[in-house]
Unconditional design. Structure first.
Length: 444
């Protein structure tokens, strides 16, 4: 796709921060693939702003590990995409370039924080777009725009060269237009990287050769707690019709529930851990080590003014919250307690997989909200219990992906598929079977 064609496609989306032109390699698995990078992935010579005013003039002087892998595979990297500021958000409304629109209804969001990448793939403006997923920042936007969204096992893909949010929760992932493309992408991107000590030595299978599966007799977990706390309507009905299709194919559905108290704890635990790790990760954005500096009469004043004026009010509140949780007086009863509850949630989740290969749930219990709102009340049962369950895969590091399911009110909805660590081959095989069964057709 030419840059002019891409610019035309972006006019209604506002998904692109900057355009990239380079000469792709002449061979590799991704020859002819147009690919976009979320704007927290470094690529030499490109602006990499993470949608933060402090980094508005930051040009990369090195490549992220995954950027190198894409280039070596012949990919044509065409753009850097919009995101929530520093990846901290779920709407893409905090982007310094303005809100990103949903390709199916430009008055609606594409989700966040990887909203620009989601919108481009949903509109089929690019074949693949990379994103990062700290809570559900790939998988929920994928559901909103009718794309496939993949968050692999923690450590499956190197995070080197990706501007972080919360290091124990961050995952590199991507959006594609099909499960087969998703499987091939992981063949390209997975593997050990000595520049990222959290990356795994686990061998990388030929995922595309392991996609065939017959659902007859397969045991599939249904995370029914999610449906229990959502309103009746077409979304719930669509999911029920899908589970009926699974049973008609001979699959054995196994009900999976989690204690309501644990589900209600997911969001507060996530908020404590993610904001605490974020304030530590971004302590160097002070105008001296990194970032656009403000004028001041002393080093202290420069740093104070830079951080005061360089971040949005939302980010500053998150940093204050994170600093409070890490303060010596509070660390044990706030941050460390959150880590203990995280462990309890993960242990409960691990039991889901003792007798099933995968666990399936709705990726979201709503269609993409309007840019102008209203948004779900974060304290409501639907929000606390039914809209935060995919964060558990970030707590646990378990692989998880979203595929399109149906249209409701002319907007896409999706299902989420999760499995045990490093069992992406199993996840892709089930997703491929589900994709064939659903036979979803997008509008683009």
């Amino acid at each position: 796709m030419s840059i002019d064609t891409l610019k035309k496609a972006n006019e209604s989306l506002n998904a692109i921060v900057s355009y990239v032109e380079h000469q792709p390699a002449s061979e590799g698995k991704l020859i002819g693939w147009d690919i976009a990078l979320k704007d927290n992935f470094n690529m030499i010579g490109t602006l990499t702003t993470a949608s933060c005013q402090l980094l508005s003039n930051h040009k990369s002087i090195y490549n992220a590990h995954v950027t190198d892998l894409l280039l070596a595979s012949g990919a044509n990297i065409v753009a850097k995409t919009s995101m929530d500021e520093l990846g901290m958000g779920g709407t893409n409304l905090s982007a310094i370039t303005g809100p990103v629109s949903n390709p199916y209804d430009t008055s609606r969001i594409s989700g966040g924080s990887s909203g620009g990448s989601a919108a481009l793939v949903g509109a089929k403006a690019v074949r693949v777009a990379l994103g990062s997923d700290t809570g559900d920042s790939i998988r929920k936007p994928a559901a909103f725009v009718g794309a496939v969204g993949v968050k692999p096992t923690y450590g499956r893909i190197s995070r080197y060269g990706v501007i972080p949010y919360a290091s124990s929760l961050d995952h590199v992932g991507y959006f594609t237009q099909s499960v087969k493309d998703a499987a091939l992408m992981l063949e390209v991107l997975a593997g050990r990287d000595n520049k990222d000590m959290t990356s795994s030595f686990e061998p990388v299978p030929a995922y595309t050769e392991l996609l065939d599966m017959d659902l007859e007799g397969k045991r599939i977990g249904i995370f029914s707690s999610i449906q229990d706390y959502m309103p009746e309507g077409e979304i719930k009905k669509s999911f029920q019709e899908f589970t009926n299709q699974l049973e008609a194919k001979g699959a054995v559905l196994v009900d999976k529930k989690m204690d309501e108290t644990l589900l209600r704890a997911v969001l507060p635990v996530y908020s404590i851990i993610s904001n605490s790790e974020a304030v530590a990760n971004h302590a160097d954005l002070d105008g001296v080590r990194y970032g656009v500096a403000q004028v001041g009469d002393s080093l202290e004043e420069i740093m104070k003014r830079t951080r005061t004026l360089g971040f949005s009010e939302t980010i500053k509140r998150r940093f204050v919250f994170g600093a409070y949780a890490l303060d010596d007086k509070n660390q044990e009863e706030v941050f460390n307690q959150a880590k203990r509850v995280r462990r309890v949630i993960v242990d409960a989740y691990a039991k889901f997989f003792e007798d099933v290969d995968v666990v399936v749930a709705l990726a979201s219990t709503q269609i993409a909200p309007k840019i102008e709102g209203p948004f779900l009340d974060e304290k409501s049962d639907q929000s606390l219990i039914s809209e935060n369950h995919m964060v558990i895969n970030n707590f646990s590091g378990y692989p998880s992906m979203t595929i399109p399911l149906a249209f409701v009110d002319a907007m896409p909805i999706g299902i989420n598929i999760s499995t045990k660590p490093f069992e992406e081959a199993t996840m892709f095989a089930y997703a491929n079977a589900f994709e064939s069964l659903i036979n979803w057709k997008g509008a683009f």
